[in-house]
Design a protein around this ligand. Structure first.
Ligand code: X8Z
Ligand code: ZN
Length: 605
């Protein structure tokens, strides 16, 4: 699933605003010409996508210099073609066409992630750079205590260790993978910007922000508004977690005030903190009552069983079982005999039913959630497969990420885990705050990270941040949004953004920030439909076929309509709305406020 196409929504709002209109031609093209152009582009792009997907799949599941060359070449052909069609689509800006054609013309213009300059060889150069950076990231390995470890093993170690010196070592060593990417990253940025200007955008950041049914500036403002709504929750959680880290590690390791040391949160990027739940679990309380990782291991779960369990959740809502080819072709554990790109992804290779999962699953709570997340992508891909190629995508990219997160939210409830036989008893009401805290350590903690990754790229693409300042600008954003600092001074050649998959592999990230908000909107709507009356955090719609049928309405639309219409089809709501996540966590937020009494919350001096 090469991320060629951004998902897009607006038909009318963007046209003529961010996309520059060319001078009127001598004789204006006709609507029939516009339709023929779209039909040809759609057919050609669909064809090349299958070939590029296959090349990318072979590369990601068997990284060699040959597979890397082949995917770079296929990707370059795809990019060249898509950039050409994006440019040509502007010819029809002033032609009166039907709504479907107008929308497809827009999607052609704003669907690329990294457009290429026209110059011969430029697309290939970009493909080569992408393959080089992707390979450095995927094959990155580090020696700890004499053992060579890949990223997912380092993540496991960092999740488990409670020794700050060890955490610092793991955290710093992983970041040695990225300095060699820096020059390539700068070059790729310049090339993509040149390509983006060629199709009428001021830079690639503006192109990325154009995919949300509003202008790029409006999207930047919307992100800030949503962040403003959730920031108080985050600051409350940050404050509480900092106090507990201080209590555990002392003032030298983690001061009582100011930012948190980024390697102490049990996650390589401090993006989700659930792995250190034991450090922050409420004192004098019975707690959550179980540890999901331990339960999965104790019940003999392995990678196939994790995937089957997620599939079963979707089947229970009335969806079809995944096709046999999924089980034959997916890669779900790290092979011993070759290098692979382990970062989890869900694929739709032929735009029909050749859906696949690529992941290196470990039996733990994180990956239990991740398999639901990934199969959510597959669910969407199958549901919109009957749409024409240009509409085969999420209503926007945040929707694509939110489908499986919504399922995962149900699948983590104790009531459901009991139905699975993973726990024996459903803990009583005393367990609600501990449960919500565990959920917030992932869901709320993620929000600032979800925002800052693309804030950084927007600054880089706009030229506001130049290569000499890449790393400082990254840490300035981490401090501003996450309230964190590195465990020690960073080396002069550090390129810490490149130590995150989505930067090394050029996958836009604002989608995950949006998804965290949509996820709770979907969940609240589903629970209302199911007639759930108890605390929101205990609701699971497992087995509810009526909810599944209604959800399918959203899914089957793909990106044929602006995203508010897809949202409305399932939730009845027309706008993205942080009140659902606020509702879900309200009892915890009140509890945190009490816990934080007397603390100097926040980190700004
Ligand atoms: O990249 C992913 C998924 C694949 S779309 C595993 N996620 C983000 C990340 O790992 O950084 C899911 C949560 C955020
Ligand atoms: Zn995803």
């Amino acid at each position: 699933m090469r991320h060629l196409l951004l998902s897009v929504t607006a038909v009318t709002l963007l046209a003529g605003s961010s996309v520059g209109a060319p001078a009127p031609p001598m004789s204006a093209p006709t609507p029939a010409e516009a339709r023929a152009f779209v039909a040809k582009a759609e057919k050609d792009l669909a064809e090349v996508s299958v070939y590029a997907n296959k090349a990318e799949w072979v590369y990601e599941t068997d990284i060699t210099s040959d597979t890397s060359d082949l995917t770079a070449k296929a990707g370059a052909e795809q990019t060249e073609m898509a950039t050409r069609y994006a440019k040509q689509a502007a010819r029809f800006d002033h032609v009166k066409v039907d709504d479907v054609t107008r929308r497809k013309l827009l999607l052609l213009k704003i669907g690329l992630v990294l457009p290429s300059p026209d110059r011969p060889g430029a697309a290939k150069e970009m493909g080569d750079i992408e393959a080089r950076m992707g390979t450095l990231y995927a094959t990155g390995a580090v020696t700890i205590d004499g053992k060579t470890l890949h990223l997912e093993d380092l993540e496991d170690e960092l999740a488990k260790t409670r020794d700050p010196a060890k955490a610092k070592e793991i955290w710093e060593k992983w970041r040695r993978v990225s300095p060699p990417m820096k020059a390539d990253y700068a070059k790729l940025t310049a090339l993509a910007n040149e390509g983006s200007r060629g199709i009428g955008f001021k830079d690639t950041g503006a192109l990325w922000r154009a995919g949300y049914d509003m202008t790029p500036d409006q999207f930047a403002a919307l992100s800030d508004k949503l962040w403003g709504q959730v920031e108080p929750f985050y600051t409350n959680l940050h404050c509480y977690v900092r106090t507990r880290l201080n209590a555990k590690y002392g003032d030298v390791v983690q001061p009582r005030t100011g930012p948190i040391r980024a390697d102490l949160l049990g996650n390589m990027w401090a993006q989700e903190w659930g792995n250190i739940y034991d450090v922050v679990a409420p004192a004098n309380s019975p707690g959550m009552g179980y540890d999901l990782t331990q339960q999965l291991v104790a019940h003999g779960y392995d990678a196939p069983k994790m995937v089957k369990t997620a599939e079963n959740f979707y089947i229970s809502l009335g969806f079809d079982p995944w096709p046999k080819t999924f089980w034959d072709r997916s890669l779900i554990t790290r092979p011993r005999d070759r290098e692979v790109q382990c970062h989890a992804s869900a694929w739709d290779v032929d735009n029909k039913d050749d859906i696949r999962l690529k992941a290196c699953i470990h039996v733990n709570a994180d990956d239990f959630f991740t398999v639901h997340h990934e199969l959510g992508h597959n669910l969407y891909q199958r549901a919109y497969a009957p749409q024409p190629f240009l509409f085969e995508n999420g209503a926007n990219d945040g929707f694509h990420e939110a489908i499986g997160d919504f399922a995962g939210l149900n699948a983590l409830t104790p009531g459901y885990l009991k139905q699975l036989g993973l726990i024996d008893t459903v803990p009583g009401p005393d367990a609600d705050i501990p449960y919500l805290l565990r959920q917030a350590m992932d869901g709320i903690a993620f929000l600032p990270f979800g925002l800052l990754v693309d804030k950084w790229r927007w600054e880089v693409f706009s030229g506001q941040v130049t290569p000499e300042h890449y790393n400082d600008a990254w840490w300035a954003l981490v401090l501003q949004y996450q309230g964190m600092v590195p465990p020690g001074p960073r080396p002069a050649d550090a390129f810490d953004p490149g130590a995150k998959n989505h930067i090394a592999t050029s996958v836009p990230y604002a989608r995950y920030f949006l998804a965290r908000i949509y996820e709770y909107q979907f969940y609240r709507a589903a629970c209302r439909q199911a007639g759930w009356k108890g605390p929101l955090n205990r609701c699971s719609v497992y087995g509810d076929k009526a909810v599944g049928a209604k959800f399918n309405k959203l899914l089957a639309m793909g990106q044929s309509k602006p995203w508010p219409e897809a949202l409305e089809a399932f939730t009845g709501e027309k706008d993205i709305d942080a009140s659902a996540i606020a509702d879900y966590f309200a009892p915890l937020n009140a509890w945190l406020t009490v816990q934080n009494k007397g603390q100097q919350c926040g980190w700004k001096s």
